[in-house]
Every structure is written in C-alpha cells, then in structure tokens.
Design a protein around this ligand. Structure first.
Ligand code: TA6
Length: 331
C-alpha cells in the first residue's frame, strides 16, 4: 500500500520548470518546496486528481537524484518518464524494453539524458542556440496525471529567465504520455503564448534498442527517392536516397524531409518489430547511428527520430501538435 505522502506528491504535481543541470540537489529542494505549495493549493481546488483511492497505474519515484514518473498497466506494460527533459527512458511490453539509454548517459542531472525519447526544441540544429535546443536540459513541471486502465501523465514547460535569454519567446509545451494497451502514445502541444510570431523546430530524438544494429532495417515506402541531408558528409550535403529500406553498416546521420507516417524498425537479431506511428505534426525522419562507437553502445541502438525540422511558424495564440505512437511486437 502506498503511503498517503507519496500519493499526495503524485496527485498534486510538482515543481515549476527550472534549470536542473549541475544542481540536482538544489533542484530537488525546489521540487519539494513547490510540492508543498501545490499541496496547500489543493484545498482551493487543483488540476490534479483528488480521488486518492484510484491511483492505479501512475507513480512518482523520487528515490534517485532525478524524479521520474512510472506508468504501468494491469497487462504488464510499463513506461518510465524523467521530468528532466520530459524524457521517456523505458517502454516495456512482454518484458522487452523498446527504448535504449546509452551506457555513457548521465542520470544525475549533470547533462541531458542520452537515451529514450528526448525532446529537441526549439531548435533541432545546427542553428543559433545550442544543438537540439534547451527543452531536454530543463526540468518540466508535472501538470496532471490520469490513473486507470490507460494511465497517463502530462508534463509542462514554459519560458523562464534562462530560456528567454537564449530564445526571446513565450511558449507553452504540454507533453502527454499514455500507456494504452501495449501502445505508448505521445502528444506534444507547442503554443505561442506571446505577442509576436516565432518559428521553431522540434524532434523526438528517439533511441530504439536493437539486438544488433547491423541486422536492423528501417522501413517506409517514402525513403525511396526522398531528399535528405547527409550530415556525415563534410560539409553536410543534400542528396537523394535511392535504395529503399535503410540498413546500417557505417556511421549514419541523415535528415529525411517529408518521410513520415508509419516507420518500421525490424530487428532480426532480437526478433522484434517496432512501428513508429507519426500521427500528426512530425513530418520528417532523422536516422542516426554512431556506428563503431563502443562507448555509446552503438551496436544496441538506432535513433529513428520523428522531426519537424522544416521550421514551423506560430502566430500569437497558435498551437502546433505532434503525435507519435510506438507499437512493438515480435517479428
Ligand atoms: O539527431 C542526430 C544528431 O543530431 C547527430 O548529429 C548527433 O550529434 C546526435 O544527434 C547527438 O545526439 P545526443 O543525444 O548525444 O545529443
């Protein structure tokens, strides 16, 4: 039986978005302060579920240096989401985790998490600000959670002094992760909450586990004759893909414009198949493999990223929605 205190943390939500890098202890203290404030607010009504008996499927784990949310279903599916970067780091169905966290990843807040489903926002890069933007460096606020048969959590990121210094725009990102049957559903909503237009890029820099990257094939009919930016070329060069499915036998860093919809990763070594269903917003696909880099554990992952790399303009009040679901099965 969970303690009332843990449930209160779960149900009341926690911190404001704060820079987290390098100060995990300070950040945790900020979390605790915000939690206490939110618990006081609860008496005046809150956004969060108040049915303390019905918390099945959503838990907050604050036992480590970084806070994470755990979702689980009665059918044995599990997901783990760090509030640092709103990064899903694990999605397990039938005992198999489809996501991969690199062996060189830091899970102490000293740098963004290199693994799972990190967010690149407001820049994919290269560009004016840091590569991949700041969203994955920051602590996201726990906005709401929904327990039950299809447990769900929504995390929020808005501008703060630090983001405004890098990128002078007001915004709101709401990221909802839901476990529904054996599917992981993600929805990212990006809203312009300021008074002037801005443009942004975004991507889920998805790290998928492979039994052996050299026995892995990435499929989508649109790869054939798609134009792509080959970032392994020096300087990066535009090219046209002429061979259909993608296999990996050398370092790969390709940005395919207009490849979207259902992208499938077939992993012959592990006998697994993963359907990446880009249902809205994500119009481009990025394939990255640091082939040969043992420190990164290159053999056991491939990044097949759902991107909106062509900049998206948002007028004041406008919202962009990206939806990406993951559906794993055996091959
Ligand atoms: O998305 C591909 C890419 O931008 C590569 O160019 C490479 O730099 C990689 O991401 C780095 O990923 P990381 O998770 O280490 O930031």
């Amino acid at each position: 039986m969970k303690s009332q205190a843990v449930l209160a943390v779960l149900l009341c939500g926690v911190s404001q978005s704060q820079a987290f890098l390098g100060t995990p202890l300070a950040a945790k203290q900020a979390v605790a302060r915000s939690t206490a404030l939110r618990m006081q607010d609860e008496t005046q009504g809150s956004l969060f579920h108040e049915d303390f008996e019905n918390t099945k499927g959503v838990e907050v784990d604050e036992s480590g240096p970084l806070r994470k949310i755990l979702l689980n279903t009665s059918t044995g599916c599990e997901a783990e989401i760090y509030t640092l970067g709103a990064c899903v780091t694990s999605f397990t169905v039938d005992g198999y985790d489809s996501l991969f966290v690199r062996p060189d990843a830091k899970l102490d807040g000293s740098k963004p998490i290199s693994g799972g489903l990190p967010h690149c926002f407001p820049q994919f890069g290269p560009g004016k600000i840091q590569q991949h933007g700041f969203a994955r460096n920051l602590e996201w606020e726990l906005e709401s959670s929904r327990p039950g048969a299809s447990p769900s959590v929504t995390l929020k990121l808005t501008e703060n002094e630090e983001t405004l210094a890098m990128w002078p725009h007001k915004f709101q990102c709401l990221y909802t992760v839901t476990l529904s049957s054996s599917i992981l559903c993600t929805t990212l909503k990006i809203k312009n909450t300021g008074n002037s237009a801005f443009d942004f890029q975004t991507a889920l820099h998805s790290y998928f586990r492979t039994g052996d990257v050299e026995q892995t094939t990435v499929k989508n009919g649109a790869f054939l004759f798609a134009s792509y930016l080959d970032k392994t070329a020096s300087p990066p060069a535009d090219s046209t893909w002429s061979t259909g499915d993608i296999t990996i036998s050398k370092p790969v860093d390709y940005v395919f414009s207009g490849v979207s919809g259902e992208v499938t990763v077939e992993d012959a070594a592990a006998r697994r198949k993963l359907k990446i269903k880009n249902l809205a917003g994500y119009e481009d696909t990025i394939i990255w493999s640091p082939f040969g880099d043992d420190n990164m554990g290159y053999k056991n992952f491939i990044c097949v990223e759902s991107g909106k790399v062509t900049p998206q303009v948002l007028q004041p009040g406008e919202e962009w929605v990206g939806k990406m679901d993951l559906s794993p099965s055996s091959l």
